[in-house]
Design a protein around this ligand. Structure first.
Ligand code: PAF
Length: 306
């Protein structure tokens, strides 16, 4: 029996059959794969946007790009337990499937949502595979969130094998994740192009994130300090040393009662290794992780060439 839980449709069948648009939610990969077979059989492309839901404009921009570049688009919505090292963070992660489908419906295109339960994706054993991402996994997020990238790699490997996309789209807000995913597809020999897309920001500069939904009004307002700090570092980068920038950032967070800095790092764009001093010809990025109350926010910014 075919089981699609919900179809959010916008039909103009009486005008033109080709105008039928729907957002369909699949909970079983078997059924979704049957649906996608009609595209792959004709050698049509499938674009994929993996998400944990609580969709925002940042996700929508990825979906729009996927719609522009592919014949079919799949958005997965799955809060992946193996990438959380904090039980309360996992429990409190927003789950808003109906609102997510409604948001995607506004794009007025056909979109396949894959919203599995844990068993449909993982089977009976919800465990991470151990990966060696060539050191990328030990820096920053890897240092502070134990096992995080094994969890991300495991779930994406499962999702890529289930959906078999031509292209997959990731935001640069999770810049380290993007580099890890590029390495993952090489390790797993997956024939998918990984496309990085620019960070979308709120009007005051805060990077869009599903976690922003959990911020209080004040926290949301004050969290622009992360963006402003990165901008400042960007503007001072050519003239100030890295240790000087480091202490400037630490001091500014010490003085901010709303945010607690977890890390600030300037790292090589290519290796993500922490840089202590600038080397000509190398490219660098600045990275911040900070807490607003119990909500963890991350952001990063490209730095000028030296
Ligand atoms: O970036 C995310 O939302 C998640 O890490 C991802 C890529 C969907 C894997 O669970």
């Amino acid at each position: 029996m075919r089981k699609i839980t919900k179809i959010y449709a916008d039909c103009a069948l009486y005008v033109n059959f080709a105008r039928f648009r729907a957002v369909m939610i699949y909970h079983q990969q078997k059924i979704l794969r049957e649906e996608l077979h009609s595209y792959t059989q004709k050698k049509q492309s499938v674009g994929f946007v993996p998400t944990m839901g609580a969709l925002h404009e940042g996700h929508i921009s990825l979906v729009q790009k996927a719609l522009e570049e592919n014949d079919a688009v799949v958005v997965s919505i799955f809060v992946n337990p193996t990438q959380f090292d904090n039980a309360s963070d996992l429990e409190k992660y927003p789950r808003t499937l109906t609102a997510d489908a409604e948001l995607l419906k506004k794009l007025e295109r056909t979109i396949y949502i894959y919203a599995p339960n844990t068993e449909d994706l993982y089977g009976s054993q919800v465990i991470s595979k151990k990966y060696n991402f060539g050191g990328l996994e030990h820096a920053m997020e890897g240092k502070y969130r134990s096992g995080h990238f094994d969890g991300v790699g495991t779930v994406l490997n499962l999702l890529f094998r289930a959906i078999e996309p031509t292209r997959a789209y990731f935001g640069e807000k999770d810049f380290q994740q993007l580099q890890v995913v590029k390495r993952l597809v090489t390790i797993e020999k997956l024939p998918v192009d990984i496309i990085g897309c620019p960070i979308l920001r709120e009007d005051h500069g805060l990077a869009m994130s599903s976690r922003n939904k959990r911020l209080t009004k004040t926290q949301f307002k004050e969290a622009d300090h992360i963006y402003k700090t990165l901008k400042k570092v960007q503007s001072l980068f050519t003239e100030q040393s890295i240790p000087k920038l480091q202490s400037l950032v630490e001091k500014s967070f010490d003085e901010d009662p709303h945010l607690e800095l977890e890390y600030f790092e300037i790292a090589s764009t290519k290796t993500l290794k922490t840089a202590q001093r600038k080397r000509k010809g190398n490219e660098y990025r600045a990275f911040i992780a900070a807490y607003a109350g119990e909500i963890r926010l991350i952001d990063n910014m490209e730095l000028p060439k030296i």
